[in-house]
Design a protein. Structure first.
Length: 258
């Protein structure tokens, strides 16, 4: 049995690829909507966040032979818990990591190492700012940007109740909320930028499969400033491998299960 942390759209595709090879799999997701999509494809799913202790308890005695970590590139805590649980139980740990995108230098592309630095850079630029980094760190940007009369902060995030409640609690007006499920085409990105008069777009380097290219190039080509939060550098330690393609990780799984 394979235990797989699924945190991205391409993680779902990897789960389908494993299932199509008749490999028994339990996928772990955070949201009900992600679970529904996997269950519709015939994949066994569990829902909810797990710390290291919870994950260890779940894996122990479950007949699992390998742990695949396909959580989001920015989910550092999930990586740490998964590696720790795998090490404690002696399970092989395989990491599927989305390919990074390397951008050429551009006069309107500002690369920063953290959410806090992104908020500071946006506050200096001012104007109509579209935030596309999700709801988890929304408070960082709201604290820095909401009370500046020279800034209009628009947030683009998943249309879930938790996000809407967070926007309400932070004082983000309904007219400044774009609640949509991606991925977004270049054309839709451009339309949204025009609709909200966006001058600055904040995003994070989530990888080649996260529709990042369409968003960044659309913004730069339209003359917007782009504040890009660099991917955190995880320390993978002595793991069996970090893989950037389905072919590589499928081969590694096959080798482990032989």
């Amino acid at each position: 049995m394979i235990f797989m942390l699924c945190g991205t759209s391409d993680a779902r595709e990897l789960a389908l690829a494993l299932s199509s090879r008749q490999l028994p799999l339990l996928a772990s997701v955070v949201t009900d909507s992600a679970a529904e999509r996997l269950e519709a494809a015939g994949i066994k799913v569990r829902v909810g966040r797990l710390d290291q202790q919870g994950l260890t308890l779940l894996l122990r005695g479950g007949g699992f032979r390998v742990l695949i970590d396909a959580s989001h590139p920015f989910a550092l805590e999930a990586h740490v818990h998964a590696r720790g649980a795998a090490a404690e139980l002696g399970l092989p740990y395989l990491r599927y990591e989305r390919r990074s995108i390397l951008y050429d230098d551009h006069p309107r592309l500002i690369v920063v190492p953290s959410y806090e630095e992104a908020a500071r850079a946006a506050r200096q630029l001012k104007g109509s700012i579209m935030l596309t980094t999700g709801g988890k760190t929304l408070g960082i940007f709201a604290e820095s940007l909401l009370n500046d009369p020279e800034i209009r902060l628009t947030v683009r995030l998943l249309p879930c109740l938790e996000n809407m409640e967070k926007c309400l609690s932070l004082g983000i007006e309904q007219r400044n909320i774009i609640a949509l499920q991606g991925p977004f085409s270049r054309e839709l990105n451009e339309a949204l930028f025009r609709q909200f008069g966006t001058q600055v777009m904040i995003t994070k380097e989530s990888g080649a499969e996260g529709s990042l290219d369409e968003k960044v190039h659309a913004a730069l080509d339209m003359g917007l400033y782009v504040i890009l939060i660099a991917r955190p550098q995880a320390s993978w330690g002595n793991v069996r491998g970090v893989y950037e393609s389905f072919e590589e990780i499928l081969s590694a799984v096959k080798h482990v299960l032989e």
